[in-house]
Design a binder for this molecule. Structure first.
Ligand SMILES: Cc1ncc(COP(=O)(O)O)c(C=O)c1O
Length: 421
């Protein structure tokens, strides 16, 4: 199992292997960023070239009616297919942070749920900042940020106790950016419903790598980004999902002209568009929306069901390499062992993580450059994007990690960490 030949054999048997050829792969680089930015789909260049040359260059303002006004809807259709929800329940645009603000604010003000805001220490910092802002703007009780004994997995009993005692609006990242811990979505949605509460799921670290069934898991609200496993590009627009049973009870906190029922009447009074369209605020980001189309089309073609299977095969393979080859060298697995309790990255810790990461990124001659994430203070996050990560990439990475530690190559690097990593 621990041979290059075995890894290459697994790649040959992979039914999704041809999707590798749809992406740009820089030479001598193994890219296992975990996952802050996906690779570039090859189709993006032609799409962007057409938008820039023909639509923006030649057609100018006429392109709004010819192409651009319907673009957010077209992208929304693709995201709805991925999440297995209705198109009328998705709004695309802006960042995850802004979408979370709009959704959480509207849910609290709807008075359909308790008014306690809850999050936990596994969540991505921006989500917690956004909730804190809403709490102070709406003069709510202090938010509850649940601290678990470890920052690597949730204690579900503690989480449920908090919800039962303080009903309200809860925000959780389905897959935690730290350890890839994945919450049991349906069980928690059911529990929240029984306790006059709603969970907004941040799907940023799951969409595109985890097979999401939002209706089957009784999910009512979610947000997520598209620049990670969906390979939408830097700053690609985020999305917001709200179940149709709730949308008429909500009011967006940002009354922008694109969310007006008749934006091009330019009327003096604001009349919100019906449904999820009210969450549009201003002019959509056309270039980013256009490039996102490529990544979404590839993901839909591959199917998230098959992508999840491959993600789990890859991470289970890496996990076995970690246990046999790397644990004896001082590495520790910090992600759940059970593939159904994790997303699509594996987190390792080592007391020399920072310097090991430097060796991977600045290799000695005849070694590939390997990009993984360092996360303070001792974590290495290894991202697996099932569309293009190969078994061979994981084997080579494990081999390099073994070499760096067993030969003490990391001593060639300065141990001082920069402030921004
Ligand atoms: C889980 C999660 N939520 C939110 C964000 C922030 O998203 P945005 O920059 O689109 O607001 C990130 C960014 O990496 C993230 O990982």
């Amino acid at each position: 199992m621990n041979t290059l030949e075995f890894a290459q054999q697994c790649d040959q048997q992979d039914e999704l292997a041809t999707f590798y050829d749809r992406f740009h792969h820089p030479k001598d680089l193994i890219y296992l960023d975990g996952n802050s930015l996906g690779k570039q789909p090859l189709a993006v260049k032609a799409i962007i070239d057409q938008v820039i040359t023909e639509q923006w260059g030649d057609r100018l303002i006429r392109s709004w009616n010819e192409h651009w006004l319907k673009l957010p809807q077209q992208i929304g259709d693709q995201i709805a297919q991925l999440l297995k929800v209705n198109t009328s329940e998705i709004n695309v645009g802006e960042s995850t942070s802004v979408n979370l603000y709009k959704l959480a604010h509207a849910l609290v003000r709807s008075r359909r749920f308790g008014n306690q805001l809850i999050t936990d220490s596994l969540n991505f910092p921006t989500d917690n900042y956004i909730l804190e802002g809403i709490q102070s703007q709406l003069n709510l009780k202090a938010i509850i940020t649940i601290q678990y004994p470890s920052d690597l997995e949730a204690d579900l009993e503690v989480l449920k106790e908090n919800i039962a005692r303080n009903p309200g609006v809860i925000c959780l990242s389905l897959v935690s950016y730290k350890s890839a811990y994945r919450y049991p979505m349906k069980m928690l949605n059911d529990f929240a419903k029984e306790h006059q509460s709603i969970i907004i799921w941040d799907l940023s670290h799951s969409v595109g790598a985890v097979d999401l069934e939002l209706k089957a898991s009784y999910t009512l609200a979610a947000v997520g980004c598209t620049y990670k496993y969906l390979n939408g590009g830097p700053g690609a627009p985020a999305f917001l999902y709200i179940d149709q049973s709730l949308v008429s009870a909500l009011e967006t906190p940002i009354q922008g002209w694109f969310g007006h029922s008749q934006p091009f009447d330019f009327s003096a009074d604001y009349v919100a568009a019906k449904g999820v369209a009210q969450f549009k605020a201003g002019t959509p980001q056309i270039l980013s929306l256009a490039s996102l189309k490529a990544g979404l089309s590839i993901t839909l073609e591959a199917s998230t069901k098959r992508l999840q299977v491959k993600s789990q095969q890859l991470s289970t393979y890496l996990l076995s390499l970690i246990e046999t080859e790397l644990t004896p060298l001082g590495f520790r697995l910090e992600s759940p062992r059970d593939a159904n309790q994790r997303g699509s990255h594996l987190t390792l810790s080592h007391e020399e993580s920072w310097r090991i990461c430097q060796c991977l990124q600045h290799p000695k001659p005849n070694r590939p450059t390997i990009i993984v994430d360092f996360r303070p203070d001792r974590f290495l996050r290894i991202g697996i994007t099932p569309l293009y990560t190969r078994f061979e990439d994981l084997w080579r990475t494990a081999e390099r990690l073994k070499e760096i530690v067993s030969t003490e190559e990391y001593l060639n690097h300065d141990g001082t960490k920069p402030v921004v990593t």
